[in-house]
Design a protein around this ligand. Structure first.
Ligand code: R5P
Length: 306
């Protein structure tokens, strides 16, 4: 077997395990091959009442790297993650690193309306109390809010997504669009890889109804230019649809949507295609038909250097 990352973990290699359930096994197995460390599957059963039951062989004295994305059903997947960490700790694992490519509750990172709970902080406290020593996320909505009591690392799939677009899509005078000001850094990074301009729209959200409105901040010639809308996630698709409406009013050319995490809840896919999106491109942080960019190398590279 070709060992891409042969130099890594030379001391701990025999002591390290990549752990996941079946749901995350495709990504986890690729990482285990890249890093040349063993893969350990957990046996998972979900009962009719929604409760999970998990079995994992003893991992005493092992450095455990748990690959576990917490996409919907988020609470169930979070609970399963808590169970796996708990088992590793009870067994006496030396180290428990959680790789959670799609971090649930990342958008609940501050109090927007008085009385709200900052669930992102709660998750950090639970992970710490269970014994997690590190959390690795990918393009988390608000990485600055992950100020947990243990180490957190937010990796980015944006360079890989940009390289995919550069290699596979022929674009006409393209421009990168961020649907909101919170996504400017991501969009800039994407535009930098391709070597083109970027523009940020302005998004406001009614904090009680959740309704979103999007406007253009500055007049830019957009006519017939292809737009690459870059966002961290597509959930209901509403943000992208609103962005599409304003771009179309400005006679944009083709619209491509690039999103690290494609949740595409309910009929989001149909709504986006009906709105005139030419193509959606995402990663495999969440299984979906538009997952054209595999995250294993982003994650493996990180571990090869740390
Ligand atoms: C919010 O600021 C995020 O970056 C996304 O734009 C948003 O969460 C996407 O959600 P939806 O698809 O429901 O509009």
């Amino acid at each position: 077997m070709f060992k891409k990352y042969f130099h890594i973990l030379t001391l701990q290699k025999n002591n390290t395990l990549i752990i996941s359930d079946n749901r995350n096994s495709s990504l986890a197995k690729k990482i285990s091959i890249d890093l040349d460390v063993p893969y350990k599957n957990t046996e998972l059963r979900v009962f009719a009442d929604g409760e999970s039951k998990i079995r994992l062989d003893n991992v005493a004295k092992k450095n455990c790297i748990i690959i576990h994305s917490t996409y919907p059903p988020t609470d169930q997947h979070l609970m399963q993650l808590f169970m796996i960490i708990h088992k590793c700790k009870e067994d006496g694992a030396s180290d428990i690193c959680v790789v959670n490519p799609y971090l649930a509750y990342a958008r609940q990172d501050k109090v927007f309306v008085d009385g709200e709970i900052v669930t992102l902080h709660l998750i950090g406290r639970i992970l710490a109390s269970l014994g997690a020593t590190k959390l690795v996320t990918i393009d988390s909505h608000s990485p600055g809010s992950l100020n947990y009591s243990f180490e957190t690392v937010d990796l980015s799939a944006i360079p890989s997504l940009a390289s995919y677009v550069k290699k596979n899509i022929t674009l006409n005078n393209p421009i990168v669009i961020s649907p909101d000001e919170g996504g400017i850094e991501r969009a800039k990074k994407f535009a930098g890889v391709i070597g083109i301009d970027m523009l940020s729209l302005i998004k406001t959200r009614d904090r009680f109804t959740g309704d979103v409105s999007i406007s253009l901040s500055e007049q830019q010639p957009l006519e017939n230019r292809d737009a690459i809308v870059v966002d961290d996630m597509i959930s209901t698709g509403n943000s992208i649809i609103k962005a599409t409406e304003i771009l179309k009013k400005n006679n944009i050319g083709n619209i491509y949507v690039i999103s690290t995490h494609a949740l595409l809840l309910n009929d989001a896919k149909e709504k986006l295609l009906k709105a005139g999106i030419k193509e959606i491109i995402s990663t495999n942080s969440i299984p979906n038909e538009f997952a054209k960019v595999d995250l294993s190398s982003v994650i493996s590279h990180y571990f090869s250097d740390h």
